[in-house]
Design a binder for this molecule. Structure first.
Ligand SMILES: Nc1nc2c(ncn2[C@@H]2O[C@H](COP(=O)(O)OP(=O)(O)OP(=O)(O)O)[C@@H](O)[C@H]2O)c(=O)[nH]1
Ligand SMILES: [Mg+2]
Length: 326
C-alpha cells in the first residue's frame, strides 16, 4: 500500500480534508493516518457478474503530518510515495495560484537543504572514489536545478541517478496532486496545473458522515455531482506509478495494485508469495472483454482468454487467474 502525504500552507484545510477521508470508513494506522478504499466502478460490475461474496478495493494511506513542514514533518514527508498539495481557494483573499507557488518554493527549499547537506558528506567521501565523484556531480546538478527553483522532477536523470537521488527522499521528485480547497459549490480556480482537483473539504467532511442518499442530496444542493473526495482519492492513486489488476470469482472480487511494468509472476506475488514462487502461467482477460462476454466461461469461448507466461507485462485492467504449483 502506498502513502500519500497531505501537505500545504497553514490553514489551507489539510486536517479538514483528512477528517473527510477518515469519515469514509477509513481504517487502521495511527490517528493521523487514514487507509481509504480506492473507488473503482469495475469492482461493482464484476461482483454482480460473479455473485462474489466479498468485494475488496485497492487501498491508499493518507497521512496528515502534525505541524506540517517542520524539520520533523519534512522528514516524514520524505517517506511518502506521493504528495497531495492542498491549496486554499475559499475565502475572499484566496490566491490559489500564488499559494501553490509559495508551497512549491517551500518544498524546493527543503530539497535544497537536504541536497546541500548530502553534498558536504559526498565531497568528503569522494576523495579517490569514482562512485563518490559521480554522486557529487549528481548532487551538484540537483543543486543547480533546485537553486533555479525547479523541482527535481524536471531534471532528466537516468535510472541509476534516480535511484541514488531517491535515497534522499526528495519531495520534488515525488508525484504531486494539487487539490484546490474551494468554497462550497465552488469550481476549480484557473491557472493550476493539469490534473488539479477541486473539492470543498468542509462540505466533504460533512457529507462523508452521512448515508449514501443524504450525501448525494446534500452535494446536489451545491451542484456537486460526484463526491470530490472520490476524485481526490482516485487522482492520488492514479498519480502513483501503479496499475490495477483484478481477480474475480465466487469468493471475492478484488483490485490489486502492482508497479507499472511488473511481469506476471511479480503480480502473482502481490496476491501471495506462493503464487510467485510456483508460478506456471497467468490466464488473462481484459476487463472490457470480460464484461462484454458476460462471464469468464463465455469470454473463454469467444477467444478473449490469453495464456501468458513469465515474461508477460501485466496491463491495467487485466483480470487474472494464476496457475501455480508449489
Ligand atoms: N469555508 C471553508 N472553510 C474551510 C474549508 N476547509 C477548511 N476550512 C476551515 O479552515 C480552517 C483551517 O482548516 P484546517 O483543516 O484546520 O487547515 P490545516 O491546513 O490543517 O491547518 P494547519 O494544520 O493549522 O496548518 C478551519 O477553520 C476550517 O474549518 C472549506 O472548504 N470551506
Ligand atoms: Mg492541520
Amino acid at each position: 500500500m502506498k502513502d500519500v502525504g497531505i501537505v500545504g500552507l497553514p490553514y489551507s484545510g489539510k486536517s479538514t480534508l483528512f477528517a473527510a477521508l477518515t469519515r469514509t470508513g477509513a481504517s487502521g494506522g495511527r490517528s493521523n493516518q487514514a487507509v481509504v478504499d480506492v473507488p473503482d466502478e469495475r469492482l461493482g460490475v464484476l461482483t454482480a457478474m460473479e455473485r462474489s461474496k466479498k468485494t475488496v478495493p485497492a487501498k491508499v494511506r493518507f497521512v496528515d503530518v502534525p505541524g506540517g513542514l517542520t524539520a520533523q514533518g519534512v522528514a516524514e514527508f520524505r517517506q511518502m510515495d506521493a504528495l497531495c498539495l492542498v491549496v486554499r481557494a475559499f475565502g475572499e483573499d484566496a490566491d490559489t495560484v500564488r499559494e501553490l507557488g509559495a508551497l512549491s518554493d517551500e518544498l524546493v527549499l527543503a530539497d535544497l537543504a537536504s541536497v546541500d547537506s548530502g553534498l558536504v558528506k559526498a565531497r568528503k567521501k569522494a576523495r579517490g572514489s569514482p562512485e563518490g565523484k559521480m554522486e557529487v556531480q549528481l548532487l551538484e546538478r540537483a543543486h543547480g536545478l533546485l537553486e533555479a527553483e525547479h523541482p527535481l522532477r524536471e531534471g532528466s536523470f537516468d535510472a541509476t541517478e534516480l535511484k541514488l537521488l531517491k535515497g534522499y527522499g526528495p519531495l520534488t521528485l515525488k508525484p504531486w496532486i494539487v487539490v484546490a480547497n474551494v468554497e462550497e459549490g465552488g469550481s476549480l480556480p484557473s491557472g493550476l496545473p493539469d490534473g488539479a482537483v477541486a473539492i470543498s473539504a468542509a462540505l466533504e467532511a460533512e457529507v462523508a458522515g452521512l448515508s449514501g442518499d443524504d450525501a448525494v442530496e446534500l452535494l446536489a444542493g451545491f451542484g456537486v455531482e460526484e463526491p470530490g473526495l472520490e476524485r481526490v482519492i482516485r487522482a492520488c492513486y492514479g498519480a502513483l506509478d501503479l496499475i490495477t489488476f483484478l481477480t474475480t470469482g465466487e469468493d471475492e472480487t478484488r483490485a490489486w495494485e502492482v508497479r507499472r511494468g511488473a511481469n506476471a509472476p511479480e503480480a502473482a506475488g502481490v496476491i501471495h508469495s506462493d503464487l510467485e514462487r510456483g508460478f506456471i502461467r497467468a490466464e488473462a482477460i481484459s476487463y472490457d472483454d470480460l464484461v462484454a462476454a458476460g462471464s469468464w466461461d463465455d469470454a473463454k469461448r469467444k477467444g478473449f482468454l490469453r495464456v501468458e507466461g513469465k515474461e508477460y507485462v501485466v496491463a491495467e485492467g487485466d483480470c487474472l487467474h494464476i496457475r501455480f504449483a508449489v
